[in-house]
Design a protein around this ligand. Structure first.
Ligand code: NAP
Length: 524
């Protein structure tokens, strides 16, 4: 059995005692095991702080960019191997795994280019100097400097490559070392990716550590210069940000959590139009890609009441024809969900949503789908599921419970932007909502009404249909995160993604001295 190792204190180490099993979600057979028992988290933290931090801070932005470029290339070089691991350990189809691995290398490369643009500086001057009084004798200047702690990155199971990279990119470019803790169930891909970075000999000692298994007492050890970036369920996020030291030491915390993302069909869109086809394709992709286990997946679909019948028929048609099965087969479109716990939660979640009086199952549901006989009764499979909520505002858990699987709920609204926004808002803060329309005034009303409640609003229309990436793709240039239920966090968004790791400080004093102090800084 493959025993995954952690990278701490500059060494690959095996945990002790009982190991957690990582399984193949198609066959339910174990593929690897992991443990962090016996690892000294204090030593891991000290090594990253004392070796990784100074090494990264001594580098210019351009040099950190080159580190990210080398990391991106190493991930790309490992692509085939990582894809195979995604199929074997995460239930990914080849396409799903490519999406994860290419997302990782693409994000690292985007931040590498950003580093190149920032050049030879290693910290920022923010805004122009501010003179106090009539002369320039006394002035002030905001600077943004790397904090001297460690960035702990706790990630969810669904993107073992991209999840690591999207957090790593901002921290490294800011000049802060990382201790990454992927979700144990799918940690094999992350572990192999970090091994490949190590084998490529690009890592300054301590710049990246890895824990495969429990975080032990690491989080309880974090102090005033450290940061925690967490991605996962809301309940876990709430618990982790509430730790005593997190509160008393004001450890910076960024949470990316649950989201009941929506897609809204505008009242101007007719069946069969280009915009309508884009809308259908996005909903179907999000319900099926990675078996619906994407934080940005469309969970609620709002259509004008007059279009309910047509959309129901078209979505039912497409979702019922999706081939569910062994993700290693080229003909499979949706593989299993990642773990037995996921299977239990997704099935229970579908039943919970369907238990509201006005909600019915149109396609799929919580029972095991029809599968190739060769699979027997093994594997964590869920059928792509379409629910219908006839009364959107009385849909109960549909607006309150994220089913993290291949499930989405269709519901009507009255065609006005105000009604659509009012219904979407019931989700209490989300990552992304997409609207599909070619009516500029309606798009503006909907987008600006949705904006306070989301990190991102995506407008699908005929003019961009051919170039559309869909609302589910997180871009390094744009912010990822959302208010409320989504955790209140913000990642990526170009330079914005560095802010968790930088200290903003107002420097005040004699004008020429203050000016001299920021002479080597990059002004932003
Ligand atoms: P999870 O159960 O909350 O776990 C997330 C991570 O937290 C895992 O690495 C887990 O480690 C770790 N963890 C759990 N308890 C911990 C503790 N006491 N101390 C330290 N670490 C702890 O979530 P998941 O099942 O992996 O992911 C699914 C959820 O993530 C969904 O709700 C989804 O919406 C959300 N998600 C959000 C985004 C976003 O960007 N907003 C992206 C992806 C997923 P172990 O695996 O070792 O338990």
């Amino acid at each position: 059995m493959l025993r995954l190792k952690s990278l701490v204190g500059g060494r690959w180490v095996e945990g002790q005692g009982a190991h957690a099993a990582l399984v193949n979600p198609t066959t339910e057979e174990p593929v690897a095991e992991a443990s962090t028992a016996g690892i000294d988290m204090g030593e891991a933290l000290a090594f990253a702080t004392e070796r990784g931090g100074p090494a990264l801070r001594a580098m210019t932005f351009a040099e950190r960019g080159e580190l990210l470029r080398a990391a991106s290339k190493a991930v790309h070089a490992a692509r085939e191997e990582l894809i195979e691991i995604g199929i074997a350990n995460a239930g990914n189809t080849r396409g799903d795994a490519k999406f994860d691995v290419d997302g990782a290398s693409g994000t690292l490369m985007a931040y590498a280019d950003l580093g190149k643009e920032l050049g030879d500086a290693s910290y920022f001057a923010e805004g122009e100097p501010i003179a106090f009084g009539r002369s320039s004798r006394l002035s002030g200047q905001h600077v943004l400097v790397p904090r001297e702690g460690v960035a702990v990155h706790v990630n969810a199971f669904n993107f073992p490559a991209w999840g690591l990279a999207e957090k790593l990119a901002g921290a490294w470019l800011a000049g802060v070392p990382v201790i990454a803790k992927p979700a144990t169930a799918t940690a094999w891909m992350t572990a192999r990716l970090v091994e490949r970075l190590d084998e490529a000999k690009i890592l300054p000692p301590g710049a990246l550590s890895l824990l495969v298994g429990s975080a032990g007492d690491l989080l309880a050890r974090l102090g005033p210069q450290d940061a925690l970036a967490f991605t996962g369920g809301s309940a876990t996020g709430t618990k982790l940000r509430g730790g005593d030291n997190m509160l008393s030491m004001a450890v910076r915390v960024n949470v990316e959590a649950d989201s009941l993302n929506a897609a809204v069909l505008g009242p101007d869109v007719t069946r069969g139009s280009e915009t309508y086809e884009l809308f259908l394709a996005d909903v179907v992709r999000d319900a099926t890609q990675k078996a619906g286990q994407k934080c940005t997946a469309i969970r609620r679909v709002l259509v004008p009441a007059a279009m309910l019948g047509a959309v129901r028929e078209d979505l039912a048609d497409r979702l019922s024809s999706i081939v569910v099965g062994d993700p290693s087969s080229d003909t499979t479109q949706t593989g299993p969900v990642a773990t037995r716990d996921q299977l239990r939660d997704v099935r229970a979640g579908i039943d919970k949503l369907a238990s509201a009086g006005s909600v019915e199952v149109v396609v799929g549901g919580s029972s095991r789908p029809k599968l190739d006989a060769a699979l027997g009764d093994r594997g964590f499979f869920v059928a792509p599921t379409l629910l219908l909520a006839k009364a959107a505002r009385a849909a109960g858990a549909v607006h309150d419970h994220e089913v993290f699987g291949p499930s989405t709920t269709l519901m009507p609204y009255d065609g006005t932007a105000a009604d659509a926004v009012g219904i979407v808002r019931l989700g209490q803060g989300g990552l992304v909502t997409s609207v599909y329309t070619d009516d500029k005034a309606w798009a503006k009303a909907a987008a600006l009404g949705l904006a306070p409640h989301h990190g991102r609003v995506y407008i699908g229309s005929a003019k961009m249909a051919g170039a559309s990436l869909g609302p589910g793709t997180v871009l390094p240039q744009m912010v990822h995160g959302g208010p409320g239920r989504a955790g209140g966090g913000e990642e990526l968004g170009g330079l914005r993604g560095l802010s968790l790791y930088l200290q903003r400080t107002a420097i005040q004093g004699y004008g020429p001295l203050v000016d001299g102090l920021v002479a080597g800084a990059k002004r932003v």
